[in-house]
Design a protein around this ligand. Structure first.
Ligand SMILES: Nc1ncnc2c1ncn2[C@@H]1O[C@H](COP(=O)(O)OP(=O)(O)OP(=O)(O)O)[C@@H](O)[C@H]1O
Ligand code: SF4
Ligand SMILES: [Mg+2]
Length: 345
């Protein structure tokens, strides 16, 4: 990756929080289908299952920060991202937007909170209406919300497309006429068109070729500088997060197990899970830094292990780990980790 991706690491330590999560959880109930309900009536021992997708997460994101969120598939990254973006309510806990509880906002404030936080997804094609031209896709929301008047909408759309690195001359085309990278740029232009301050990017470059990934990541960083944006950058790819983030948050089975300034996570990881992830990361610029290397199966979030969720895979596990959930505690400047070994030391 090029140097231009490197983010200023001291950003925003004292800036105001944009979003704060306090003890936030999300549970999904897997209801029984028709056959299941019949079977239960006939005496089968079937119960509705509950997935604890996010489990008691505390997280603060300050203005101007780029926070990377990483973890294995199914650990709850997207669910957390959706709650942060205000498009999915929490089952438990409090989410504060600019210091105000999201659930206490009136309709106008809730609308503003929603507009100010935009989500960028892995597959822009799935979220772009194939029957609309690019100018309609990008212009729809700002027109609806009165951010651009009817007579000015065309130049407003052109400006967003230019910002996202697209030629405005292409605005009468449809999404299928663009490449994957260009489609992601359309998604970004659409998000920018409602003047957000905070972008939640969920695997936003995961579906793209590596060279295109770098271009889109550079675009995100350019936009950060130009528009003073804040990011939650969700990725299963440590390489992406390393180069982009001021701060990295590591999740395991619904819980945050470690968070620290990006440099610190990579130089001085504390949590055995983070160490296991990094041990498998080649220290050269690898194309894909996946999590396949951590030994052992990922346990099911339907039935997570007791105590420390990582204990069945942890080489350092001891009796307490099987019983007691370790709390996130300070282990360095801006560095928190949830492991009982820190008490023993
Ligand atoms: N709408 C839903 N209904 C039921 N279960 C869900 C729903 N959304 C997510 N889950 C479950 O919650 C858990 C966390 O899912 P989530 O998509 O947040 O993980 P993720 O870390 O984003 O995974 P990936 O890296 O594969 O995108 C998974 O077990 C998933 O099956
Ligand atoms: S609390 Fe125990 S099981 Fe969990 S990471 Fe630390 S040593 Fe391993
Ligand atoms: Mg996901």
């Amino acid at each position: 990756m090029s140097e231009t991706l490197t983010a200023p690491s001291a950003a925003a330590t004292l800036a105001e929080p944009i979003i704060e999560l306090r003890g936030v959880s999300k549970r999904f109930s897997k209801t029984l289908d028709f056959a299941g309900r019949i079977a239960r009536r006939l005496g089968a021992n079937l119960r509705e299952e509950v997935v604890h997708a996010v489990d008691g997460v505390d997280l603060t994101i300050r203005k101007g920060e780029v926070v990377g969120l990483v973890g294995e598939s199914g650990c709850g990254k997207s669910t957390l991202g959706r709650m942060v973006a205000g498009i999915m309510p929490a089952s438990e806990g409090t989410i504060l937007w600019r210091g105000r509880d999201l659930t206490s906002l009136n309709a106008a404030e809730a609308r503003e909170a929603k507009l100010r936080t935009q989500m960028i997804f892995q597959d822009p094609y799935a979220s772009l209406n194939p029957r609309l031209k690019v100018q309609e896709i990008v212009g729809e929301a700002p027109q609806f919300h009165g951010m651009a008047k009817r007579g000015e909408i065309e130049s407003y759309v052109d400006e967003q497309l230019r910002r996202a690195g697209l030629d405005p001359a292409l605005k009468r085309r449809y999404p299928h006429q663009f490449s994957g990278g260009q489609r992601q740029r359309i998604g970004i232009a659409r998000a920018l068109a409602v003047q957000p301050e905070f972008l939640v990017c969920d695997e936003a470059v995961a579906a793209l070729d590596v060279s295109i990934q770098a271009q889109i990541l550079n675009l995100f960083m350019k936009l950060r500088r130009e528009l003073d944006l804040t990011y939650l950058f969700i990725s299963h790819d440590l390489g992406v997060v390393e180069h982009l983030s001021d701060r990295v948050v590591i999740m395991y089975l619904g819980r945050v197990v470690e968070e620290a300034p990006a440099e610190e996570v990579f130089r001085r990881p504390n949590h055995p899970y983070t160490k296991a992830l990094l041990a498998e990361v080649p220290r050269i610029e690898a194309r894909k830094r996946a999590f396949a290397g951590v030994k052992g199966e990922i346990p099911s979030p339907l039935n997570p292990p007791s105590g420390c969720h990582f204990h069945p895979r942890c080489p350092f596990a001891f009796d307490r780990c099987r019983i007691e959930r370790p709390a996130l505690q300070q282990v360095g400047a801006g560095h928190r980790s949830a492991c009982h070994l820190n008490d023993a030391a």
